[in-house]
Each structure stands twice: as structure tokens, then as C-alpha cells.
Design a protein around this ligand. Structure first.
Ligand code: SF4
Length: 62
């Protein structure tokens, strides 16, 4: 299973991937996106495709 990791230094706070996430895993916290509901991630990859800043990746976990 994979989970999202956000590079907050790279995030512009545009909210695109927050809105695109079908499982409400991400939220804008202050001026940047953050992972707030990690257990709901279905590893669909939508946030990676939508982020224009390349500010998110996924890591594999058991
Ligand atoms: S991989 Fe899919 S479910 Fe997981 S945070 Fe990204 S958009 Fe949401």
C-alpha cells in the first residue's frame, strides 16, 4: 500500500489536488496542502497527476 507525502516547501496552496482527492485525504492547512486523513487513501494517484508543482509523492508501505 502506498501513502501520500507532501513537500510543503514546494506547495503553492492552490488547492487543486485537495479538491481532486476522491477520499478527502488532503486539506489546506494554512497556506499549504497537508495529509489529514491518511488511512482513507486508496492510492489512486490522482493527486500526483493534478499537482502542478510536483509537491506530492507516494511511498510504498507494507
Ligand atoms: S492517491 Fe488518491 S486517495 Fe490518495 S491522497 Fe492522492 S488523490 Fe487522495
Amino acid at each position: 500500500m502506498s501513502r501520500p507525502i507532501i513537500y510543503t516547501d514546494e506547495c503553492s496552496g492552490c488547492g487543486t489536488r485537495v479538491d481532486a482527492c476522491p477520499e478527502s485525504v488532503l486539506e489546506l492547512v494554512g497556506d499549504v496542502a497537508d495529509v489529514v486523513n491518511e488511512d482513507s487513501c486508496i492510492a489512486c494517484g490522482t493527486c500526483l497527476e493534478e499537482c502542478q508543482m510536483g509537491a506530492i509523492t507516494e511511498i510504498e508501505e507494507d
